[in-house]
Design a protein around this ligand. Structure first.
Ligand code: NAD
Length: 307
């Protein structure tokens, strides 16, 4: 399989690097960050995970330098950059190319469908974590899994080849026809914890230690899960509440990505997480007052009006 990974930050570098290292696929990283690209070209991509610390000499290019078409493009930009990233490599997306998103948030399927036919679009979700520690250096610790399904119904023809390419990578990929439920459950988790930590500029533990912010988090989980169920998605609310409770008491020093983005002066993924939930809730006739207030506050703090 010829795979292009567009958006080779924390997750793209981890997935692309491990797939290349495993030898199951011909992988190219594609990014727009010159410092990161130069570091990988000069010293190799440094991956530090539970299997060790190594440097992987993987082809890494800017979008303009991509040659030929890919069998599969794995999209790992932040969701606000998906359209510009796919537009930037439009010449490498042929009629047979699969587009595959494991990004967080809702509506990734709809965005990919702007660039490929339904039988060429794969969507999913992953619990693997990753952090960029510096140019060309990614770290990831702990267990994870990636789940995927096709935008069209039924198992996609590429499924077994893709799972085969992942096998030697050390990353677990499974076909899950109910992946929409897993996507919504992760959105419920992120809509609640990411946004409240971002607005309050607090770690997960600080939010959990304050009864007020803790109750906001669980209100959002309830709103997102009710929206999912009203939209026909069979989410397990108790399971999400358990994941949130575990994070509040175990990941106390963690700063979720939305907080990290705000602190670094970057736009967050709020529109494809809380924003998308609020849109789906209107369509499903569900009230989401806390999710919507938090959405407005994050919009304000990430882009304060000039007065
Ligand atoms: P990141 O910011 O580390 O990486 C995104 C990369 O995209 C950057 O290197 C950036 O330079 C690149 N990019 C931006 N615009 C581009 C363009 N036009 N063309 C090519 N590249 C472009 O983000 P991340 O943490 O890897 O997250 C990626 C996605 O995965 C997000 O949707 C995130 O929510 C999701 N996710 C992240 C984690 C995690 O632990 N980091 C876990 C699960 C899911």
């Amino acid at each position: 399989l010829r795979i292009g990974v567009v958006g080779a930050g924390a997750m793209g570098s981890l997935f692309g690097g491990c797939l290349f290292e495993g030898g199951g696929a011909d992988v190219t990283l594609i990014d727009v960050n010159p410092a990161h690209i130069d570091a990988i070209r000069e010293h190799g991509l440094r991956i530090v995970d539970d299997r060790g610390d190594r440097r992987i000499h993987i082809p890494t290019v800017t979008p303009e330098a991509v040659k030929g078409t890919f069998d599969l493009v794995l999209v790992f930009t932040k969701t606000l950059h998906t359209r510009s990233a796919l537009t930037g490599i439009a010449g490498a997306i042929g009629p047979e190319t699969y587009l595959f998103s494991l990004q967080n948030g809702l509506e990734n399927k709809e965005t990919l469908l702007e660039f490929a036919a339904p039988d060429r679009v794969l969507i999913g979700v992953t619990t693997y974590p990753a952090d960029i520690k510096g140019p060309g250096h990614v770290e990831s610790h702990g267990e994870g899994v990636a789940r995927f399904a096709a935008a069209a119904s039924g198992e996609p023809p590429i499924a077994s080849a893709l799972i085969g390419a992942f096998e030697p990578s050390g990353l677990r990929l499974v076909y899950d026809p109910d992946v929409e439920a897993a996507i919504w459950e992760k959105v419920a988790f992120n809509a609640a914890l990411n946004s409240v930590c971002a607005i309050t500029r607090s770690t997960v533990g600080q939010v959990g230690a304050d009864e007020g912010t803790r109750s906001l988090v669980f209100s959002i989980v309830g709103e997102v899960c009710r929206t999912a169920i009203a939209s026909g998605i069979d989410v397990d609310t108790g399971h999400v509440e358990g994941m949130v409770e575990h994070a509040l008491s175990h990941h106390t020093h963690h700063k979720p990505s939305m907080l990290q983005d705000l602190l670094a002066g970057r736009m967050t993924e709020i529109e494809t997480i809380n924003g998308a939930v609020a849109r789906k809730a209107v369509a499903a006739g569900i009230e989401t007052p806390v999710t919507s207030v938090v959405l407005k506050l994050v919009r304000h703090v990430q882009s304060p009006p000039q007065v």
